[in-house]
Design a protein around this ligand. Structure first.
Ligand SMILES: [Zn+2]
Length: 429
């Protein structure tokens, strides 16, 4: 079984790497082929210069993603079959602390390795790519402050969860995975409650949406859709980036509506209402609830699989643990958890197109909801402005888009909305 798992892992890893690089190559080539001409559907609304900026921005991001993909695969190989994790297991095993804290040290070391591998890309993305295209508004100081706060939040929330999971794995018997699943679901609920009031304010300022035309229209829309919320807020998104957005956050009656200041500055009242109606559609059509239900089912299945694998020697040796280390690994549940977390994404990568397809269906449904409640024409106008402002490509490669994109390609989205608009609407042309 050992060599069988090694072979399956290597084949899946190679397939993932090849697919990612092939898709990035397709995207770059497709965008380059369509760089010289704005697609007909947008010809009277987007200038050639903006279209070409979007093409160059897309290409720059894909080039960076290609390098990051290769680095990620190399780090994963080094940690698993290369013996990196085995080295960390031996080192933490000799620390002279209890077994639970040995596992905590193991996860801390893995987090450090992953940070060292990913931080240069995050830095380059912000200060080179985003900077070159005029989106970045961060200083190095703010970037470092974000990093420190992010790490503190991860420790404050993640450490208790990890300790609880490791304790349950040791003491809850054969059904520990059910208990860990319960803890995981409760943890997600807690984060949902804490995010708007405790976590997000650590990073941004939130101020009530000022009274005026925009606020009145949005309140009318919420009332029309029977939606109760604990407030409308403006977030200083412009502190970090020129990209605009709007989102819902929180749970039940404590839900908040958050607009980036960049979005408010750019959209008129009709357009803002249409964008919010789209977000509202996700709630009204139960997309959020369906997503949470799917993630609950998936995490239960993965934990059951982990429980089964964790008791099998070939699971450890097949992913690079030397046989002499297996008895120690079997006695430390954190080792199975770490190995599983490293290897799982290689196998779930094949599910990405299914998840993306599911998400795109929801986007079409939310667009149709927005067309019914706020009008298709202002939503199209808002989308065109956002595509232009965010330098989102209007000509993605169809295969790349089908595999990854959570949102439908611009042309398809606008075409469907145009079909929903009244025939005499002036801006639908
Ligand atoms: Zn959406």
């Amino acid at each position: 079984m050992t060599s069988a798992l090694t072979a399956v892992f290597l084949v899946a890893l190679a397939a993932m790497l090849a697919t990612r690089l092939w898709l990035a190559g397709r995207q770059i080539a497709h965008v380059a082929r369509h760089r010289e001409r704005v697609p007909d559907a947008f010809a009277d609304r987007i200038a050639l210069a903006a279209h070409q900026k979007a093409a160059d921005y897309t290409t720059a991001k894909q080039r960076l993603a290609r390098v990051e993909t290769v680095v990620d695969v190399l780090v994963l190989l080094a940690l698993t079959l290369g013996g990196g994790l085995a080295l960390l297991v031996r080192w933490t095993g000799g620390l002279g602390v209890g077994p639970v804290w040995q596992d905590v040290a193991l996860f801390a070391a893995l987090a450090l390795v992953s940070a060292i591998a990913s931080l240069p890309f995050s830095w380059y993305s912000t200060f080179v790519v985003e900077e070159r295209f005029g989106f970045n508004r961060m200083t190095l100081r703010l970037w470092l402050a974000d990093l420190t706060k992010g790490a503190a939040v991860a420790v404050a929330l993640g450490l208790p969860l990890l300790l609880l999971a490791l304790w349950l794995m040791r003491t809850a018997g054969d059904a520990w995975w059910l208990w860990v699943w319960g803890a995981w679901m409760a943890f997600q609920l807690l984060v949902l409650v804490l995010f708007p009031t405790v976590i997000a304010p650590l990073f941004n300022k939130f101020e009530p949406l000022p009274a005026g035309d925009a606020r009145e229209r949005i309140e009318a829309l919420l009332a029309r859709c029977g939606f109760s919320s604990a407030g409308l807020f403006v977030m200083d998104g412009s502190r970090r980036s020129g990209h605009g957005n709007a989102y819902f956050t929180g749970l039940g009656r404590a839900k908040r509506v958050v607009f980036f200041d960049t979005l408010l500055a750019r959209l008129n009242g009709d357009e803002l209402e249409a964008v919010l109606a789209h977000e509202l559609g996700h709630f009204k059509l139960k997309h959020i609830a369906k997503r949470i239900a799917w993630s609950a089912v998936a995490s239960l299945a993965f934990l059951a699989l982990l429980a089964w694998l964790a008791a099998r020697q070939w699971f450890y040796t097949g992913l690079g643990m030397p046989p002499d280390l297996v008895p120690a690994a079997l006695a430390r549940p954190g080792v199975a958890l770490a190995l599983f977390s490293l290897a799982l994404p290689v196998f779930t990568f094949a599910l990405a197109p299914i998840a993306a397809q599911y998400s795109r269906r929801h986007e079409f449904e939310a667009d149709a909801f927005a067309a019914r409640t706020a009008g298709a024409v202002p939503l199209v106008q808002a989308l065109v402005k956002l595509y232009e402002d965010n330098a989102a490509t209007l000509t993605p490669d169809p295969v790349h888009s089908a595999f990854y994109d959570s949102h439908p390609p611009a042309a398809e989205r606008v075409a469907r909305l145009a079909a929903l608009a009244p025939a005499d609407a002036p801006a639908a042309a």
